[in-house]
Design a protein around this ligand. Structure first.
Ligand code: PAF
Length: 278
């Protein structure tokens, strides 16, 4: 299928007003991988029309993060999406999304100030603002998002609820390489050596699940075992947190259905992952 390429907000809005049927939307920053494509597959199954946006959103990068180095390959992205049932690819420019004089921000309180929000203080404000803008332009029935960015998913669900967007957010499972590494555009920054070290993220999460199955419940005990495994692999821990899935609040005793989320720096690349404890 050849998706229609749209790079103007006006054209996208005009086309959207003429569309009938259930619209499934996948917001992305491009450099697509199987994780994104699994969201597209979910959208294909549950919607009549599929729209993918590609926009590297400058406002979700912190000052110390290198926006200009963020991996991009729009030609390859278009090719990958052309092999799927995608009807429209929307790829606006920075100038259109943030014209001179832009002053309005969407900010979700509290749950953006924990976990990734501590080391990336303005990140979620950028995410909620751009997603709110995209949702206003595309007005999707369903929006598909990966669980790898678990905090992002919870924050966006809160925004949708609080601001009465009609869109339903569909959370989709994490896609992993065969060896367990969660797919991420940032994996590209890793050397072969670093990629091996990065397996400590998933391994430590699986260790937590194993310890839970052996009736260990203390978050502190489990986190200290995970810490040893990660540090043995030269990972630098930004955070490891046992959290409630909805409030994102820290919990001290693991229980079935809670989540463990972590952010680890491997070779200067910050990687995140999480697991639902069952
Ligand atoms: O998850 C991402 O790729 C981005 O944060 C998103 C949701 C596309 C907003 O820029």
């Amino acid at each position: 299928m050849n998706p229609k390429l749209i790079n103007s907000i006006e054209e996208m809005s005009t086309i959207r007003r003429q569309l009938k049927g259930k619209i499934g939307f996948i917001p992305t920053m491009g450099f697509l991988h199987e994780g994104h494509l699994s969201l597209v597959s979910a959208a294909e199954k549950q919607s009549d029309i599929v729209i993918v946006s590609i926009f590297v959103n400058p406002t979700q990068f912190n000052v110390n993060e290198d926006l200009s180095n963020y991996p991009r390959n729009i030609e390859r992205d278009i090719e990958l999406l052309s092999n799927m049932k995608v009807n429209y690819i929307f790829f606006p420019t920075d100038e259109q999304m943030y014209p001179e004089g832009f002053k309005t921000w969407v900010n979700v309180d509290k749950i953006t100030q924990v976990l990734c929000g501590i080391s990336r203080p303005t990140h979620f404000r950028g995410v909620t603002t751009i997603v709110a803008k995209l949702m206003n332009i595309i007005d999707p029935d369903l929006m598909f998002m990966g669980e790898k960015d678990f905090q992002q998913l919870v924050v966006l669900k809160q925004m949708v609820k609080d601001l009465n967007f009609r869109t339903k957010i569909v959370g989709c499972s994490i896609v992993r390489e065969e060896d367990g590494l969660a797919l991420s555009s940032r994996n590209k920054y890793l050397t072969n050596e670093g990629r091996k070290k990065a397996l400590c993220l998933n391994k430590s999460l699986l260790l937590a699940q194993k310890l839970f199955s052996e009736d260990i419940r203390s978050s502190n005990k489990i986190i200290s075992q995970m810490t040893i495994l990660i540090e043995d692999n030269e990972g630098i821990i930004d955070y490891i947190e046992v959290i409630d899935q909805e409030s994102l609040e820290h919990i001290s005793e693991l229980k079935s259905g809670c989540r463990i989320a972590l952010a680890i720096i491997v070779e200067n690349t910050r990687l995140i992952d999480n697991i639902k404890i069952i």
